[in-house]
Design a protein around this ligand. Structure first.
Ligand SMILES: *[C@@H]1O[C@H](CO)[C@@H](O)[C@H](O)[C@H]1NC(C)=O
Ligand SMILES: *[C@@H]1O[C@H](CO)[C@@H](O)[C@H](O)[C@H]1NC(C)=O
Ligand SMILES: *[C@@H]1O[C@H](CO)[C@@H](O)[C@H](O)[C@H]1NC(C)=O
Ligand SMILES: *[C@@H]1O[C@H](CO)[C@@H](O)[C@H](O)[C@H]1NC(C)=O
Ligand SMILES: *[C@@H]1O[C@H](CO)[C@@H](O)[C@H](O)[C@H]1NC(C)=O
Length: 362
């Protein structure tokens, strides 16, 4: 008996080492979708000057101190998540590549666009809507199929990681449209249901194009971003926004489970990163996570340094690593790193039903 048990343990150990190490290397590509949390420069290619991070002090901690279009002082979540699955940084912005050159897209592409949301009206005229991003994915898949053949392209897509961060800007938009009027729970549910039914169609389109390993970056503690704290008399979080964010995250997980069990997303596996729980934990006990400031923007001006934009004339904090927020709404590089690391191999408090490390080894 003892011998048998020992054999079992030895076999399990052998399997787990032989599985984990080569499979991480086998992620052929990363495809990134959504909003400014993950945008690495698509918005620089859009007309006008709204929703752009193409000027100092953006990028002050990025290699070469360049403002790339990332809404961060340095790398963002798309970079850290890509690094964790074996890449140097995020794949390039879709709008920066030559659409027909397969070598530029074989490691994946980033379609994310600051200001965008699930609904087309969110960020209209200043960003690529999620529907447009998925149309661009369709173009990419066409090119890959042409160059690799259909079977190889399908295998390539099925092993790749698809990362999506959305919902935050839709919730902002809904809240702002109320003009300070009280929002009751029926109205909240109606709006969240509209978001989820739209998202459902979008996920099905991505699945049809070959996505099988999905990372959903959940919406954040929106009510606690410095921009919203700055409009409350005490600098407290706006609870209606946090409540909407919780409802959206709960609904997303339920939707995914339902679609997968009904086989509407056959073969899809997902990892949902509970950014809301991560940031709630940091905000309730900043020092244990190494932060000194969780309510104030590092780059900006006015109340909580969040009433003015982050430009070359803004007030810039000296120790960026002490801050959770870089500008009035976006996380610092260190905060993006923390979120990505917890999404990658965090506990079930932070990722459901599995973390990214488990997702990539499937
Ligand atoms: C953005 O463009 C508008 C319209 O062209 C202009 O009025 C505004 O000054 C510009 N803002 C910046 C920060 O360049
Ligand atoms: C919520 O607000 C809407 C719009 O003002 C109203 O029609 C509805 O009766 C309210 N529902 C509840 C449950 O209070
Ligand atoms: C979301 O789900 C959690 C856990 O199931 C629950 O505690 C929480 O009340 C839910 N929140 C909302 C707003 O539905
Ligand atoms: C920064 O300040 C200078 C000097 O006052 C001014 O000319 C410039 O337009 C400002 N730039 C921005 C982006 O606000
Ligand atoms: C999680 O990943 C980080 C970054 O690669 C690493 O430093 C840490 O040791 C990992 N933790 C576990 C429990 O695997």
């Amino acid at each position: 008996m003892v011998g048998v048990n020992y054999m079992l343990i030895a076999t399990v150990l052998l399997i787990s080492t032989t599985v984990i190490i080569p499979m991480v290397d086998a992620i052929p590509a990363v495809f990134v979708f959504g909003d400014s949390i993950l945008d690495v420069g698509n918005n620089n290619f859009l007309p006008g000057n709204r929703s752009k991070a193409n000027h100092p002090f953006y990028g002050v901690d990025y290699p070469g101190r360049v403002a790339t279009g990332r809404f961060s002082n340095g790398y963002n979540g798309a970079d850290f998540l890509s690094m964790l699955v074996g890449f140097k940084q995020s794949p390039p912005p879709f709008l920066s590549v030559t659409r027909t050159r397969v070598e530029e897209m074989v490691g994946g592409l980033n379609y994310a666009s600051g200001g965008s949301g699930i609904l087309d009206v969110t960020g209209e005229n200043a960003s690529l809507s999620l529907n447009t991003q998925i149309e661009y994915l369709e173009k990419t898949v066409k090119t890959l199929k042409k160059c690799m053949g259909s079977d190889k392209a399908a295998r390539h897509m099925s092993k790749s990681i698809f990362i999506l961060s959305t919902g935050n800007n839709d919730i902002f938009g809904f809240f702002e449209a109320q003009n300070g009027e009280k929002i009751n729970s029926t109205q909240k549910d109606q709006y969240i249901n509209l978001l989820l039914s739209t998202l459902k169609t979008q996920l099905q389109r991505m699945h049809k194009l070959g996505a099988r390993k999905l990372v959903i970056v959940g919406s954040t503690t929106i009510g606690c971003v410095p921009a919203f704290r700055a409009v409350t008399p005490t600098g407290a979080c706006l609870e209606d926004l946090n409540d909407l964010s919780l409802r959206y995250n709960n609904g997303t997980v339920k939707l995914l489970d339902k679609l997968i069990s009904s086989r509407a997303l056959k073969g899809m596996r997902y990892s949902h990163a509970n950014v809301f729980a991560m940031l709630s934990d940091v905000i309730s006990d900043p020092s244990s996570f190494g932060y000194a400031k969780v309510d104030t923007a590092c780059c900006g001006g006015g109340r909580l340094n969040a009433a003015e934009s982050c430009t070359v004339n803004a007030t810039l904090c000296t120790n960026r690593n002490d801050y959770l927020f870089w500008d009035s709404v976006h996380p610092t590089q260190v905060a993006a790193d923390l979120v990505a690391t917890n999404a990658f191999n965090g506990s079930r408090r932070y990722t459901t039903p599995i973390n990214i490390q488990e997702l990539v080894t499937l």
